[in-house]
Design a protein around this ligand. Structure first.
Ligand SMILES: [Zn+2]
Length: 190
């Protein structure tokens, strides 16, 4: 939300702002707020309220059906749109497209590699955790969500092993991070 021009920040708001800039730990709650702010509804509660009570006019309904969708829509984005860290691709006729006809790009890449459609149960795991990395080596097709969850538990256990080995360190200011000495060694290849 843009701050209205000419309205000074209150002391409380200013304190919140500076507090939010201190420290690197982003809580899960804050991250969820950010996610909603970045992806969610752009309308204010007031505008939404006004829209709610308003009936569709016959004219706008026929405009919609007369080609305000798909490529004729001025908001057409080439059939690509963001969802968190990955892209959704408009895929007409795809057996597992969502209600709007979109499929996750990384699922399409995995399907191309396998030479078949994924089942609805199959889940694609990103081996390095980077959802934007679509190289086939980074995509692992898991049989179902249960198998996928097992892999994530394993990764978590390995992380704790690294904490015990001192490769990952924890402090209250920064949370978990790779120990500086290890990071430096990796940077200069030991
Ligand atoms: Zn995963």
């Amino acid at each position: 939300m843009a701050w209205p021009k000419g309205v000074p920040f209150s002391d409380a708001h200013r304190a919140k702002l500076s507090a939010s800039k201190k420290g690197n730990i982003v809580t899960a709650e804050h991250r969820e707020k950010l996610r909603i702010a970045n992806t969610g509804n752009k309308h204010s509660a007031e505008v939404l309220d006004r829209m709610k009570g308003r009936p569709w006019q016959q004219e706008s309904l026929s405009k919609l059906s007369a080609g305000m969708t798909g490529e004729k829509n001025h908001r057409w984005r080439g059939g690509r749109k963001h969802k968190r860290d990955h892209m959704l691709i408009k895929s007409p006729g795809h057996p597992n497209a969502d209600a709007n006809g979109y499929v996750c790009e990384y699922r399409l890449v995995a399907e191309k590699t396998l030479g078949r459609y994924l089942t609805r149960e199959e889940v694609v795991h990103h081996i390095n955790g980077d959802e934007t990395d679509l190289t086939p080596e980074n995509l692992l097709v898991m049989e179902n969500q249960q198998a996928h969850a097992r892999l994530h538990s394993q990764l978590q256990q390995v992380s704790y092993d690294l904490v015990k080995l001192g490769i990952i360190v924890f402090d209250e200011e920064n949370g978990y991070q790779v120990a500086a000495v290890i990071a430096a060694r990796i940077a200069r290849r030991f």
